[in-house]
Design a protein around this ligand. Structure first.
Ligand SMILES: C[S@@+](CC[C@H](N)C(=O)[O-])C[C@H]1O[C@@H](n2cnc3c(N)ncnc32)[C@H](O)[C@@H]1O
Length: 268
């Protein structure tokens, strides 16, 4: 496969700034936001309410984070963080609920702060399109990198008893849900672990629904490991350094795009 130079932070598989810089930028915006509000508030009002201060801090932090060229969702987070905190504290919710919420999010999102690949699920239209790429009468080995709650694997495995479907997921709760939901499907194998440790050369079809942050590193891994006759399908996020052999645009609501990359063997 022809390709240019992969871009991005190779140690973490990300493009754009690494996780450390993203966190540093967010902290600077938040702390500077509070400092500016603390200095300016007495000049504007004698006894501002805590909510008014939080709204002013949110606005300041959002402007600062935009000036620091943060991603758009960070700007929204800065805008809402302090006001939401003040409102939550004034609602006198028992501290245990905050701990429970934190633990739940941790079990679902696990290393998302580092990988920048959150959980969202492939839909039924995607599963149908993927099945369309797998030959009917061949034993095919398929892997879903970051298999989430196993939704895609389940849908595909039910239709193709002759194929083997593997999934690797590192977040505990989605992995557990997938294990329970797929327990009756003998052609599904789910592992809890890091898909970067997976040897992709054993698969005929490699599927991924990740994020732009993972694609440069994944491209290098595919370069090293994808079997010549294998097919790589990426939901929504193209590889940064090569043109896809085919792009399937689905007619679902989000107009899902599947970027298909074939090895020189072109079995699929
Ligand atoms: C966008 S979701 C896709 C879920 C599933 N593949 C689907 O299409 O429905 C991406 C998943 O990859 C998982 N993930 C991210 N980095 C991972 C890694 N290095 N190893 C294993 N799983 C990972 C996340 O926890 C998340 O559940």
């Amino acid at each position: 496969m022809s390709r240019g130079q992969a871009t991005g932070d190779r140690d973490h598989g990300t493009v754009g700034p690494g996780a450390g810089r993203v966190v540093a930028r967010a902290l600077i915006a938040q702390i500077a936001g509070w400092l500016l509000v603390w200095i300016a508030a007495p000049l504007v009002a004698s006894q501002p309410s805590m909510l008014a201060l939080a709204l002013a801090q949110g606005l300041t932090a959002a402007v600062l984070s935009a000036a620091l060229r943060a991603e758009p969702w960070w700007i929204a987070i800065h805008l809402l963080f302090s006001p939401a905190l003040v409102l939550a504290l004034s609602a006198s919710i028992a501290p245990a609920w905050f701990l429970a919420g934190f633990l739940l999010l941790l079990l679902i999102y696990w290393t998302t702060f580092r990988s920048r690949v959150p959980l969202y699920l492939s839909n039924a239209a995607t599963a149908r399109a993927l099945l369309g790429l797998i030959p009917l009468h061949q034993d095919t080995r398929v892997i879903d990198l970051g298999s989430g709650t196993g939704t895609l694997l389940r849908r595909c495995a039910r239709q193709r008893a002759n194929c083997h479907f593997a999934g690797v997921e590192n977040a505990p709760l989605p992995w557990l849900i997938a294990r329970l939901a797929c327990r009756a499907l003998l052609n599904v194998e789910l592992r809890r672990g890091d898909f970067w440790d997976e040897d992709l050369s054993r698969y005929d079809v490699v599927y991924a629904f990740l994020s732009p942050a993972a694609m440069a590193r994944l491209s290098l891994k595919l370069d090293r490991e994808l079997a010549p006759a294998a097919l790589f399908v990426s939901n929504s996020f193209p590889l940064p350094d090569r043109a896809p052999d085919e792009v399937l645009e689905l007619s679902d609501r989000r107009r899902t795009r599947l970027y298909c990359y074939r090895g020189p063997g072109r079995r699929f």
